[in-house]
Design a protein. Sequence first.
Length: 85
Amino acid sequence: MTTSKHRIPCPHCNQNLRIRKSQGLTPVYREAIVECRNDDCGFRGKARFELCNTLTPSDIPNPMVDLPFAPSLLSQAIKQAQRSS
């Protein structure tokens, strides 16, 4: 297992938040309880994480997941298709 280098800062003191508990509600949506790592701050909150677009399609797609391509990729694909026709 690898740890992510991406961090979410506390909206109050800017220290990193830690995820205390999370629950996957759908294949593309999770809700989590987060808390600030700064004991002097004490902030706790609820976060929502949603995958919203496909940037590169999966080689083993889940038929239950239908994530649209990012709008910028769609316009690129249309331009390429127009050039090749």
